[in-house]
Ligand binder design. Structure first.
Ligand code: UD1
Ligand code: MG
Length: 430
């Protein structure tokens, strides 16, 4: 049996007040569209058809799809679905209609809706009990039977109070849905509401099935407040999942974690830490407060921070210490090395068991190009050293405090670049 997903993403998303199309806003680093697609892909669907309109070029580029229709002008969700009619070859197929602004739909609930259609229901809808139903379509029942959905603009005093809400996800056989859609009339606000097909279906003597899920799963994102609410829901889930996997968080609520990041068991995360996209942290490492990590690998038994910034393309291997006010970019730091205080390391490789003193700067940029620094094994760099790249500081060498080096230092040597200290007699005050 063919199951086709129709994703509605043509709307202007006016309430977001944004230059970015709503489906491309992100939660835990992943776009709303991507969250929804992952969920749909867990159901065995044959293909996905997108309805695009507002800023369609940006969406086509981001989604990378060729299977779409353009809705111009956008005359409502019913109108949007109607435009996909010619794209569905087999009208016996089941279609799942999903909204790009309702991204966390659990796939098992979609499967349940599909089985309702297979078991004699004409339409299946997915509903939830909302703590504040304002803005959602209200599901009206007569006893146990769903009889209609009333949109916010059409609510009266009685329907306003209903808190059983429509998530927007709807399933049915293509032939039935397009047939009902032909009968939908313009609503009071000039749009064709998809949700009007429910009462049409019921009047036709057919059955509407209702599947329920939680408000957290079915939150619809219309404005920035909804977006922050959705972020909170996902952050809570991610933190709980990581704690289940054996990560200790001293103050979980203050830790932000991107959905793509991986954290092994027995990692400890102190309060106020940001873990951005593509971060991997291995076992027994501690990330101390106010550290900011993005696109980096941190090996076992390391100590990072407090106040460390680890930037993209950084690899920190085992038992490394990165201390306070240290920034590391596109660098590799091998086992047992230490960069403890007030330092910038960029485009650099540091060998094993080396110590980088406070205030060391790798001067990687000459105003036009970036250059590399190589620091060997067992190297000791004193405090306040500037290493002007390209430069190699070879194994077992020492660089004296305050040096500005522009030439390589060979193995086992001590390099000092420093003007001589002078002393003068102090003139006495009379
Ligand atoms: C919609 C539902 C409402 C439900 C709520 C769940 C309708 C009429 N109402 O309301 O019952 O409780 O979602 O969050 O369906 N879109 C188009 N073309 C259009 C209009 C919208 O593609 O002409 C797309 C939007 O881009 C969006 C989705 O459809 O992804 C829903 O549109 P939106 O305007 O957000 O509807 P809601 O007011 O949230
Ligand atoms: Mg919406």
């Amino acid at each position: 049996m063919e199951v086709v997903a129709i994703i509605l993403a043509a709307g202007k998303g006016k309430r977001m007040n944004s230059d970015l199309p709503k489906p491309l806003h992100r939660i835990a680093g992943k776009t709303l569209m991507n969250w929804l697609e992952v969920s749909l892909d867990e159901v065995k669907i044959t293909n996905k058809i997108y309805v695009l309109g507002h800023q369609s070029e940006k969406l086509i580029k981001a989604i990378g799809t060729t299977d779409y229709v353009i809705q111009e002008p956008q005359l409502g969700t019913g109108h949007a679905v109607n435009l996909t009619k010619d794209k569905i070859k087999n009208h016996e197929s089941i279609i799942i209609i999903a909204y790009a602004d309702t991204p966390f739909v659990p796939s098992d609930k979609i499967k349940k809706m599909i089985s309702q259609i297979k078991n004699g229901y004409d339409i299946s809808i997915l509903g939830f009990l909302a703590s504040n139903p304002k803005g959602y379509g209200r599901i009206v029942k007569n006893g146990n039977e769903v009889i209609k959905i009333v949109e916010e603009v059409d609510t009266d005093d009685k329907t306003k109070k209903i808190n059983l809400c429509n998530s927007g996800i709807l399933a049915g056989r293509a032939c039935d849905i397009y047939n009902y859609l032909n009968k939908v009339k313009k609503s009071s606000n000039g749009e064709f509401f998809l949700t009007d097909i429910i009462s049409i279906c019921v009047k036709d003597g057919s059955k509407v099935g209702l599947v329920s899920s939680s408000e957290e799963d079915l939150i619809g994102i219309n404005d920035r407040e909804d977006l922050s609410q959705a972020e909170l829901i996902i952050q809570n889930r991610l933190r709980t999942q990581h704690m289940k996997n054996g990560v200790t968080m001293l103050d979980p609520k203050s830790v932000y974690i991107d959905a793509s990041s991986k954290i092994q068991k027995d990692v400890t995360i102190e309060p106020n830490v940001f873990i951005g996209a593509n971060v991997e942290i291995q076992s027994k490492t501690i990330i101390k407060s106010f550290s900011y990590l993005e696109d980096c690998f941190i090996g076992r038994k390391c100590s990072i921070g407090p106040f460390a910034r680890v930037r993209p393309e950084t690899e920190i291997l085992e038992n490394v210490k990165i201390g306070n006010f240290v920034e590391i970019k596109k660098s590799k730091i091998n086992d047992n090395s230490k960069v403890n205080h007030l330092t910038y390391i960029g485009d650099t490789t540091i060998g094993t068991s080396s110590n980088i003193g406070a205030g060391t700067i790798t001067c990687n940029y000459d105003g036009e190009q970036k250059h590399k620094t190589n620091i060997g094994n067992h190297v000791f760099i004193g405090s306040n050293v500037a290493l002007v790249a390209p430069i190699n500081i070879k194994d077992n060498s020492i660089v004296g405090a305050g040096s500005t080096l522009t030439k390589d230092v060979e193995e086992n040597l001590i390099a000092v670049e420093r003007s001589k200290q002078k002393e003068f007699k102090r003139r006495k005050k009379n």
